[in-house]
Design a protein around this ligand. Structure first.
Ligand code: GLC
Length: 535
């Protein structure tokens, strides 16, 4: 059998990493053509034995041509999803599903959806698209943002943007959505946090400090954080938000102080702290950040943390306690504890609950917030381990047949009617209401590696590999075990492919986790220790 020439295989590797030979951009058509070449080259390269002398420092068969065809397919899908603005890649579309009749807004670049794409590109050494994205969204932040007659804050970042190409005039223009077009008409609080977190990941991965140091990036960070750090009527360091302002962007009772936003807020604050310049404006903000981080970590670690011991304490709470000596500070009425939690809570393990507000504890478990809590070290090392313990102990419920449940459990019947407003897309065990989202695989993998428990990620990746490619990279799965492709799930959902690639690359090279994880700061040690799983 003829072996492919080394030059040809290198060309194939370049195709997999979305660059043409001379480094120019590839249009969607061109990408498709090049990719079919890369596939056939891949096939012939794949049939070579592993010890063929190709593993040179310049070119590693293992790294560049993963023997897993799913990885090749995922890279192809990711390349195809790239969006160009005036010839430069600036992001990836949410979904590229040719079978879907109505694109809705899935043909747009979503800020949160681009994060796993960006990480995949960074891990592959392709930082250009990430830099372009960061600058483009920063530019969009500067637009006049209005919903009807109301002007949004200067720091607000878009949920998504779309590039409009005029083939006659040969011009590209951008339209952005700050929530005014989204289903719930809610501004995405998470976008600004993800932007800051991604800027840090870019800086860590490339070693290029100059982007974060640019005056416009410094200003962008200041504007985002000023929105969150301004004084108001708050009595808590957590951030108050409306329903639907993050990944769960429809009414799901995720308002008040949802864990996802608090964890991302914490991580963004820490990321900004490491990138802000010590000039007068930066310094002032840094002082505020340090104080807020201190209060936020104490609050979250003390009041959001739930394990067997803490549940038992709440179960026995007295109510109507007045003054600062109160133990039940939020006046949680024990009768409001849902039945399911008593069986669900293992003796070993714990998690940050969905929400803590006055007389309201949302006991649901949310994947994204808990994984970000591990990665950002909002969770102490003991809490991080307990979070992983719980995932292992409740594998059937939280992972089932497809990683990973967005939240657990689902709301049904009366509760679903009242809380979601009878949302037909969010019926029990579907979509945001207990659906399983393959994109969350990268977060679970990163958290597993950070806590030194990669076998958890391995198990989850095996499950994803059994189905994702065959099913056409669905956006989400339905059912109590995540067995069914979601009712209205898009196929070729970009973050499902990117999430898988990121998980694979982190397993291959765990040092990649460094761009998205943070060590614990010594001064943030908790004052309260109450977890049975800590001992
Ligand atoms: C859905 C998801 C949201 C995602 C968007 C684009 O609205 O709820 O999290 O960003 O689709 O994929």
């Amino acid at each position: 059998m003829d072996r492919p020439k080394k030059r040809d295989v290198l060309r194939a590797v370049n195709s997999m990493s979305c660059l043409s030979e001379n480094g120019e951009k590839k249009g969607a058509e061109r990408i498709r053509a090049v990719n079919s070449t890369s596939l056939s080259l891949y096939d012939s390269a794949h049939s070579l034995d592993g010890r063929s002398g190709w593993d040179t420092p310049v070119f590693s068969m293992k790294d560049s041509l993963d023997p897993n065809p799913m990885v090749t397919e995922a890279w192809e899908a990711l390349c195809r999803s790239q969006v160009y603005f005036r010839g430069k890649p600036v992001g990836t579309i949410a979904a590229y599903d040719p079978a879907s009749e109505d694109a809705l807004n899935y043909d747009q670049v979503f800020v949160r959806d681009f994060v796993p794409s960006a990480l995949a590109f960074l891990m592959k050494g392709e930082s250009e698209i990430v830099k372009n994205f960061l600058l483009k969204t920063l530019h969009i932040q500067g637009q006049d943002k209005r919903i009807d007659r109301f002007k949004l804050g200067d720091g607000a970042m878009p949920a998504s943007f779309k590039v409009l190409h005029n083939p006659i005039k040969e011009t590209d223009t951008i339209i952005a959505d700050f929530g005014e077009s989204a289903i719930g008409r809610v501004a995405p609080v998470d976008s600004g946090f993800w932007w800051i977190i991604l800027l840090r990941a870019y800086t860590k991965s490339t070693g290029d400090l100059s982007l974060a140091e640019r005056p416009e990036c410094q200003k962008g960070m200041r504007l985002i954080l000023s929105l969150c750090l301004s004084e108001g009527f708050d009595t808590f360091p957590t951030l108050l938000c409306a329903d639907g302002c993050s990944m769960i962007d429809r009414r799901m009772g995720v308002y008040g102080y949802p864990i996802e936003i608090q964890a991302l807020f914490f991580m963004a604050l820490r990321s900004a702290l490491s990138m802000l310049k010590h000039d007068s404006e930066g310094k002032e903000l840094m002082d505020k950040i340090v104080k807020r981080l201190h209060a936020l970590s104490f609050h979250m670690r003390s009041y959001f943390w739930l394990d067997f011991q803490q549940l038992n304490d709440i179960y026995r709470y007295k109510t109507e306690e007045y003054s600062h000596t109160a133990v039940n500070k939020f006046n949680v009425i024990p009768d409001s504890i849902p039945d399911w939690i008593f069986d669900f809570m293992p003796l070993r393990g714990g998690y940050f609950v969905g929400n803590v507000s006055p007389a309201h504890m949302d006991f649901r478990w949310f994947a994204l917030g808990n994984c970000i809590a591990v990665l950002s070290s909002l969770a102490t090392p003991e809490q991080s381990n307990a979070i992983m313990d719980l995932i292992e102990a409740r594998w059937e419920e939280l992972v089932g047949e497809m990683p990973l449940k967005i939240c657990y459990p689902a709301m049904e019947s009366h509760e679903w009617r009242i809380v979601t407003g009878c949302d037909p897309k969010n019926t029990r065990w579907s979509y945001h209401n207990g659906g399983s989202w393959p994109v969350l695989l990268w977060l679970l993998t990163a958290a597993s590696i950070k806590t030194g428990r990669p076998q958890i990620a391995r198990r989850a990746i095996d499950l994803a590999e059994a189905r994702l490619l065959k099913d056409g990279w669905p956006e989400y799965y339905d059912g109590k075990s995540g067995r069914f492709i979601g009712k209205q799930a898009r196929k070729f959902q970009t973050w499902s492919t990117a999430g898988y690639l990121v998980a694979k690359m982190m397993m291959d090279d765990p040092t990649h986790v460094g761009m998205i994880s943070m060590e614990e700061e010594k001064h943030m040690k908790p004052l309260l220790k109450r977890s049975s799983s800590w001992t």
